[in-house]
Structure formats: structure tokens, C-alpha cells
Design a binder for this molecule. Structure first.
Ligand code: FAD
Length: 401
């Protein structure tokens, strides 16, 4: 077999690519990670002030990987989730106590997660970190893939993992098709100070324009994701802080008392993007490069992390050819149903809960009341949002292999 520079090259050192590099630290594979931004200065664009809700399942994965002790000091537990629908009766509450778990999930600032991941991979001696650098050409060869970098350097590997985000360069260079669904919605993000303490409760409030999520953070702050009709974010972001908080308050209500302060605002147009054939000859797409979701249920990174652990599980013990088709099919067999069900559930939630149709509105409020009254249905929803109820790869179950 042709000798390659690396067994595995990961393109993209964001949350997903860095997690994969770290998950494989005990393998004997020769690995490089290529990232467009400088990892030493944590400049990657998704390491901003957004709060990332990590499910209970993701926390367990990080515990197994030996990273949770570094992430824990930056995280805030979610003990309850309150789900309601503006203008309609009916609400439901999920609680850690009812599910018999210490917390339903944890919120961590993306920036803090970036620092921890970047430090963790920098300490991984066997890993070659190539940054800042981008890939400009991909060539699939017999038993290998060759990448050309922006400095004209050529690198070969038996397997390329594309973890280069929703606008994946690898996907574009290969001319692969995507299925796209635009929602005509934009998420406005900011951190908000509230009059009343959040008591570790997360709020998801559905409105006719889209959902508003408030996630608990340290110091009586909450991380806001406010979904609005695309175009409206321009007007809303022009408002001064006082007027912004007033408008948000009229949409969300006073469950947390008055909103007192707002931090730096960001905005993200929302769409569902799926790479049509995420497994190619010696190339696999994971994380946002494979599936970019609406943040309505906070599942994007959680799903990406499950891609990571499932892929690491099939690669970790391979000594000869980590790019062989059988391994990639094993990964796909494991992860496909998880990806399909999360993508479908997220899409249905967006359509059902971002609609001002009064019939749908009554149906939603009835569903929330029913959910609140039916413990098995509530348990099912809680298990889903905690990322549980699926078969877990051996690595995620902490089984050393
Ligand atoms: C407002 C908002 C809120 C969210 N909240 C949650 C939440 O609560 N819970 C949750 O689970 N998820 C959440 N998500 C989703 C989560 O942020 C993403 O799923 C996650 O960031 C995806 O990580 P990734 O590593 O796949 O992609 P990215 O974060 O996009 O990283 C890709 C990396 O690849 C690099 N790159 C790109 N092209 C190249 C190239 N050609 N060469 C080299 N490097 C390259 C980029 O610089 C980047 O560092 C949210 C998303 C948004 C927008």
C-alpha cells in the first residue's frame, strides 16, 4: 500500500474537529489537523459569546474522554426546562429530579469551550497542528487522498475527515451536492442580565415569529437565542439596549423579572444544510460539515459530538488502513439513524412552533398541556433532549478498547 504522510487528516479545528483529534489521542494513528485560524489565539469564528447547551449525553462523552474536569468550571447546570407558547395556554416542565439525573444538561460559553479544546489538542504531542492554513485542492487517489494547502504544500492521508463547518470547503472542492432548507429566520444572540435569578432553569418560549431560548449562565445572566423573521433582525439590532430589552420583554414576559442589561449582540441566518453523500472514497463529513441544524433544540454540537465518538470508536484500534470502506460504512451504520432522527425532529419543531396559524396554535398548546400531564411522554422528551435513549458507542460507554 502507498505510503502516506498521515493516516488521518482532520480539516477544521472547530468544536467537532478538535474533539475528534482529542478523542483519538490514545490511538496509534498518525494524525494532523488543519485549521484556517490560529488555534493559539482561539480565533475560530464559532468560539464567540453564544451559550452552548450540552446535553447530559454530551457531558458523559466529555467525561469519558477525560475533558469534563476542564470544561466543568466554565459550565452552568440546567436543572429544569420550562417550555411555553406565547399567546396560548399550556406549558411543560422537564426536571432533572424527575429524570433522576444530577442535571439535564450544562451551558458553556462557546469561547470557553474553544479555549479548553485548543489547549487540550495543543498538549497532544503526537498530533500535528497545521494553522493558520486552508485547503485549496483535494484529489482522491488510489488508496489515499492528497490535499493541497494555500502555501502550495501537498499532504497525503489514508482518510480525510471534513469537519470544516456548514460552508465546507472540502464539499465545495469535491463538487458535492447539499440539501438545503431555508427557514427565513435569523437568530439574534446576546447575553442578558435578569432581575430574578434563573435558578438553573432554561426557558424555551415559542412565539409566532420563532422560538426564544434563555439558557442559565453564571452571575444571574442568561444566554439568549431569539429567533426572528429574516429582515426583522436589522430593525431589532438598530434598537438601543433599552428599546431592545423592552421588545424582548414583550415577547418573553416577566418569568425572570425585568431584563436589566444586554451584552454584545450577534445574528445568524438559519437554515438546514445536509451533505447528500457524507461518506466518500476515503473522505467522511462530520459535524456541521455534514448537517447544519436550526438551533431551536440546541442539538447541533451535541449531534456533532456523537458523530465524533462514533467515528473515533471505529478508528481507534485500526493499525493498517483507517480509510478503508468497511470502517466508514460501520461508522455510517452506527450514526445514520441518530442523524436522521435529530434532523427530522428539529425540522418538525421549527415548522410546528414557528407558525401563527391558529389551528396549529391550539394544537401546540394542547400538546404542551398533554405533555405536562403524561409522565411517559415527558420522560421520552427529556431523554431525547438529554441525548439519551440511543445505543452508545463503546468509547462513549467508557469501555476501553
Ligand atoms: C446561535 C447558535 C446557537 C447554538 N446553540 C447550540 C446549543 O445550544 N447546543 C448545541 O449543541 N449546538 C448549538 N449550536 C450549534 C453549534 O454551534 C455547531 O453545531 C458547532 O459549532 C459545529 O461545530 P463544527 O466544528 O462542526 O463547525 P464550526 O464550528 O463551523 O468549525 C469549523 C472549523 O473549520 C474551519 N475551517 C473552515 N474551512 C476550512 C478550511 N478550508 N481549511 C481549514 N479549516 C477550515 C473553521 O475556521 C472552523 O474553525 C448553535 C449554533 C448557533 C448558530
Amino acid at each position: 500500500m502507498k505510503k502516506t504522510d498521515y493516516d488521518l487528516i482532520i480539516v477544521g479545528g472547530g468544536m467537532v474537529g478538535a474533539s475528534l483529534a482529542f478523542a483519538l489521542k490514545t490511538s496509534s494513528l498518525k494524525i494532523a489537523i488543519i485549521e484556517a485560524f490560529n488555534l493559539k489565539t482561539n480565533q475560530q469564528p464559532s468560539y464567540d459569546d453564544r451559550g452552548i447547551a450540552l446535553s447530559y449525553g454530551s457531558q458523559s462523552i466529555f467525561e469519558t474522554m477525560g475533558l469534563w474536569s476542564q470544561l466543568a468550571p466554565h459550565s452552568t447546570a440546567i436543572n429544569d426546562i420550562h417550555i411555553s407558547d406565547r399567546g396560548h395556554f399550556g406549558a411543560t416542565r422537564l426536571s432533572a429530579r424527575a429524570e433522576n439525573v444530577p442535571a439535564l444538561g450544562q451551558v458553556i460559553l462557546a469561547r470557553a469551550m474553544g479555549q479548553v479544546l485548543n489547549q487540550a489538542i495543543a498538549a497532544h504531542e503526537a498530533l500535528d497542528i497545521i494553522c493558520p492554513s486552508t485547503v485549496t485542492a483535494v484529489e482522491q487517489q488510489d488508496n489515499a487522498v492528497e490535499l493541497t494547502l494555500n502555501n502550495e504544500r501537498h499532504l497525503t492521508a489514508k482518510l480525510i475527515v471534513a469537519a470544516d463547518g456548514a460552508n465546507s470547503t472540502i464539499r465545495k472542492l469535491l463538487g458535492l451536492s447539499v440539501t438545503e432548507q431555508t427557514y427565513q429566520q435569523t437568530a439574534i444572540t446576546a447575553n442578558i442580565n435578569t432581575e430574578r435569578p434563573h435558578l438553573n432553569r432554561a426557558y424555551e418560549r415559542f412565539t409566532e415569529h420563532g422560538p426564544i431560548a434563555l439558557l442559565p449562565m453564571p452571575d444571574q445572566r442568561c444566554s439568549l437565542i431569539w429567533t426572528v423573521k429574516s429582515g426583522d433582525e436589522i430593525t431589532i439590532n438598530k434598537l438601543d439596549d433599552k428599546a431592545f430589552l423592552k421588545q424582548l420583554q414583550s415577547e418573553f414576559g416577566y418569568r425572570l423579572g425585568k431584563f436589566t442589561q444586554v451584552g454584545k449582540r450577534g445574528h445568524f441566518p438559519l437554515k438546514l444544510t445536509q451533505t447528500d453523500r457524507p461518506i466518500q472514497d476515503r473522505i467522511v463529513f462530520i459535524g456541521n460539515a455534514a448537517h447544519n441544524l436550526h438551533p431551536i433544540a440546541g442539538q447541533g454540537f451535541n449531534l456533532g459530538l456523537r458523530d465524533v465518538i462514533a467515528l473515533a470508536d471505529v478508528l481507534v484500534n485500526e493499525v493498517n488502513d483507517c480509510g478503508k470502506a468497511q470502517l466508514l460504512h460501520d461508522y455510517q451504520n452506527w450514526q445514520q439513524s441518530d442523524q436522521d432522527s435529530v434532523i427530522k425532529a428539529t425540522d418538525i419543531l421549527v415548522r410546528l412552533f414557528s407558525n401563527d396559524n391558529s389551528i396549529l396554535g391550539h394544537g401546540r398548546s394542547a400538546s404542551l398541556i398533554m405533555l405536562d400531564l403524561l409522565p411517559p411522554a415527558k420522560h421520552w422528551l427529556a431523554q431525547k433532549s438529554m441525548g439519551l435513549g440511543k445505543r452508545q458507542p463503546r468509547l462513549a460507554r467508557g469501555i476501553s478498547i
